[in-house]
Design a binder for this molecule. Structure first.
Ligand SMILES: [Zn+2]
Length: 260
């Protein structure tokens, strides 16, 4: 009897696999999959064509244990960049999938300015891989919030979209309500490092009724791009002041130059 149940279960699982396979085939016939970054045809949904793949500057170890800035050569596990020692960030660790160049920029712009929310789940998958060690600490996850006025015009927050998918894939808690942007800030683009710092100082706030959700917890702050770290530092400061144990940051891309 037990054997029969096992074989029935196996048959159901095989037929489920077959159905999923057929669904995928039909899906691909109706909408032939194209590269996420250009219009070249590819074999599977959510992938890059060989040319875009080759142009994507993925960040691999060795990198600075704190800022995630890639090192040109291996100087040992846990090494810190000169920048991380001279200007320690407020957050504990930052990780990113790729350098903000060519293909990564296309994906970030597609999500942010072209309403391509279809990119978010695929970008989130890469981010889950790049931020594996941060996600293993079972953090609560939040995206860098937009100010209400900008949210109204843009209709969605790209960082929140990425954070939501990362939480779903990694089975961690998504808690968008713990952090708010209380001051409309100028776009950081085109500002120098000091101006960026002044622009976002005091821009974030943890509502008092949310402190209970972050007290003593590890927080993972998600954004699309790390530039100077000014925004992520300001948001991290607000979370730490409200009682978070630590804040790590996960972005899709990073602009900051190599650590050496
Ligand atoms: Zn392509």
């Amino acid at each position: 009897m037990l054997k029969l149940q096992h074989s029935t279960a196996a048959m159901i699982s095989v037929s489920k696999q077959r159905i999923n396979h057929i669904r995928a085939l039909i899906g691909n016939m109706v909408i032939p999959p194209v590269c996420l970054a250009c219009d070249a045809h590819v074999g599977d949904q959510g992938s890059l064509c060989p040319q875009c793949w080759g142009e994507m500057l993925f960040i691999e170890k060795p990198y600075c244990a704190v800022t995630g800035a890639p090192f040109g050569f291996d100087i040992g596990e846990g090494s810190l960049s000169a920048d991380a020692i001279a200007n320690p960030p407020v957050f504990a660790r930052a990780r990113a999938v790729a350098q903000y160049d060519a293909v990564a920029r296309k994906l970030v712009h597609g999500l942010k300015f072209s309403d391509r929310t279809d990119l978010a789940p695929w970008m989130a998958q890469w981010m889950v891989r790049a931020g594996g060690e941060l996600l293993n600490d079972r953090p609560v996850i939040v995206g860098v919030p937009l100010h209400g006025r900008r949210m109204f015009f843009r209709r969605f927050n790209q960082s929140a979209e990425l954070a939501r998918h990362i939480a779903k894939i990694s089975e961690n808690r998504y808690t968008p309500q713990i952090l708010q942007r209380i001051r409309a800030t100028r776009q950081q683009v085109g500002l120098r490092a000091k101006e960026r710092l002044a622009n976002v100082r005091g821009a974030f706030w943890v509502p008092p009724d949310q402190k209970i959700n972050i007290k003593g917890r590890r927080i993972l702050l998600v954004d699309d791009v790390l530039t100077t770290g000014a925004t992520l530092n300001a948001a991290s400061r607000a979370l730490l002041r409200a009682g978070a144990q630590s804040v790590d940051c996960l972005t899709f891309a990073r602009v900051a130059p190599d650590a050496n």
